[in-house]
Design a protein around this ligand. Sequence first.
Ligand code: NAI
Ligand code: X15
Length: 343
Amino acid sequence: MARIRVAVNGFGTIGKRVAEAILKQPDMELVGVVKTKPDYVAKHAVSSGIPLYTLSDRLDAFREKNIPVEGSLEDLLEKVDVVVDATPGGVGKEYKPLYERFGVKAIFQGGEKPEVAEVSFNTLCNYEEALGKRSVRVVSCNTTGLLRSICSLSRIAKIKKVRATMVRRASDPKEVKRGPVNAIVPNPVKLPSHHALDVKTVLPTLDIVTTAVVVPTTLMHVHIVFAELEDQVSREDIVATFEQTPRILLADASLGLTSTADLVEYARDLGRKRYDIPELVIWLDSIAVLGREVMWMQAVHQESIVVPENIDAIRAVMEAAKSAEETIRITDETLGIMHGRIP
Ligand SMILES: NC(=O)C1=CN([C@@H]2O[C@H](COP(=O)(O)OP(=O)(O)OC[C@H]3O[C@@H](n4cnc5c(N)ncnc54)[C@H](O)[C@@H]3O)[C@@H](O)[C@H]2O)C=CC1
Ligand SMILES: O=C(OP(=O)(O)O)[C@H](O)COP(=O)(O)O
């Protein structure tokens, strides 16, 4: 069968990771990526063999810097079946009419409003809703983390309600203009935070409320989650469910995995590129059951958690895998994504 021809528009934190993940898929071809700036990232992409394109009014800027480009975004869209839009939040919607004009299916990111796409997406929760769609929005990193654990828990229990607090990282490591440097910032002060609404774009009937603060770290987000279940479920069953769910790792604090810094150090020890952790990490010791209430703490590596979902979304819109299980098997094997306990 012919491989799915894919473009990536926007080659930043998410775009470069998704592009590299596409290169590892047996059923996909990375036809090219679009960069706006003729900088070191563009030069490195070229030297890594990634075909580079730019916006039509930027071609000269690349030539002036002697960075070879294959053509414009429009040239690239002529050649592909799917575009992954990884431009900054809100920019993707500006491109939507162009993608439609070229008859190219589009995967958008969580920084876009839900209306940008026909469906908001998380593989474990609603893979089949995205089958054959023209546009899909992969929800943002915090929402992806919440959805993974909620949909895992839903396998063994009916969830009555979820209340969760997001402790958000201040910026990604490469960003130099964001803060706070020395404060904890309610985000927003007026409750609730937007994350629950985003979860509801995938699970519309779930009773969920979220709050958030931003803290001075770049490594990962941390969530403190409380769920009330319709029936009582044992801690053992909850641990077993998380343990058996793809893309969830359980971290054992008694082995020293007590913070996001330890998780990142472990990813470094694994030799993972950019210390990426596309798995959701749940602290084993934090999982507690009080009657029908369950609580746990989980960590989200914001730069990489949505990468596997982007790959699955490509398969979904092209109907190249009929079920979540089928796409997860390929994506997780090719990207080395684990589940179970660390280590
Ligand atoms: N960084 C994160 O933690 C996460 C980000 N997201 C979402 O992913 C999307 C992308 O975010 P990041 O990768 O973090 O942003 P980024 O700023 O790292 O990357 C965006 C890239 O798009 C380029 N760009 C800017 N304007 C463009 C245009 N008009 N056409 C083509 N390219 C353009 C920028 O130069 C940059 O290379 C956003 O919707 C964001 O909300 C989702 C999950 C996590
Ligand atoms: O935390 C994130 O999004 P989310 O809180 O909407 O899930 C992403 O990392 C992007 O966050 P940003 O808008 O602080 O760059």
